[in-house]
Write a protein of this length. Sequence first.
Length: 346
Amino acid sequence: MYTDSKILKSLFYIQLFSSFLVVVGHFTASALSFTDPFWIVALNQISRYGTVLLTIATGYLTAYSFEAKSPTAREFFSGKLLYIFVPYLVSGVLYHYLLKKGMPHTAQDFTNIVLGKTGDHLYFVFMICQYYVFAYLFRRVITKRNILYVIWILLGIQYVYINFIHQGWFGLSTRHMLPSWIFTLYMGHVLFWYRESILTFLRNNRSILTLMTGVSTAAALFFVVSNKLYVAVHLTFVFATLLSFLVLMVFFLERVDRLHIRFRKGLTYFIFLFHSAFLIMFKDYLFEKYGEVAWLFENTWYSLLYLLLIIGCSCLLALMLVWLVNKLELITKAMRQTRRQLHASK
C-alpha cells in the first residue's frame, strides 16, 4: 500500500532528480555557447523537464500542507520567509555581485533582485512566491470539491495568458508570472487530492502504467529531435511532463524502502538556487587561467567531470545551508517559546 509517508519520500526523490536536471540544463546551456554535439543538445532539451517536475511537486506539497497542517497565515508565510524568500534575496545579491562585479547599490539593482532578474533561473522563485500568496488566499475557494471543474478554467488561463495577454510588463518574461504556471501548479493539487485513486489504478493496471512509460519516453525523444524549442510553460510540454511525473512517482514508490537518502528540508531548493554561482565562478576562473574553455566542452569526459564537479559543489553548499537554516529555525522557535513563557509569567 502506498502510504502518505512513502509518497512524500518519493516526491523528495523526484525533487532531487529535478534539481539535478535543472543543473544539467544550465550547464548544457553554457556548453552550447562553445560546442553543440548531440548529447549536449539532447541533455539540454531533456533538462527542461526539471522545472515542470518541481512545479507539479510544489503544488502537491502545498495542498498537502493545507490539509495536514491547516496552517495559520503566520505559520505558513513564516516558513516560506525563512526557507524560500530570504535565501532567494541572498542569491539575488550573490548573482548581482558575480555578474556585475560589485555589490548592488542603486534602487534599480535592488528592484532587479526582488523581481528575480539577476539570475536566469530566479524567475521561477519569483513566480513561486506569487503562487504561495495566491494558494493561501484561495485555499477555501479552490478545493477538492470543485478542482475537476476549476482545473479547466486554470488551463484556459495559462494558455490565454501565454499566447495573448502577456506583454512583458516591468521587463519580466512570461515565465515570471503566475498565470503562466497556474494550471501546472494546480495539477499538483489534483494529484494530491486524488492520489489514492490514481495510484491504486496504476498499481492495479500495470499495462496502463507501461503504456504511460512508453508514451512519456516517446515524448522525451520527440523533444530531443524537435527543431522547435518547447519551453517549460508550453502546455504540450506540461502534459508530457505530467505523464513522466506519474511514472516517476510509481517508480520511486516501489523503491523507496531500498533508497536511503535522508530527507532534508530545503536541500533541493538550495541546489536549484545556488548551482549557477558555481557555473559562473568556475567559468570565470577558467577564462582567467586558459583564456577560453572550448577545449573543455569539446571533450565528453572533461565535460562530464566538470558537470559532476558543479553538482558536487552545489550539493555540498546546499547541505551546509540546510544545516544553517535548521539552526536558525530552532533558535527562532526557542526565542518565541521564551517570549511566551515570559508573557505568561507576568
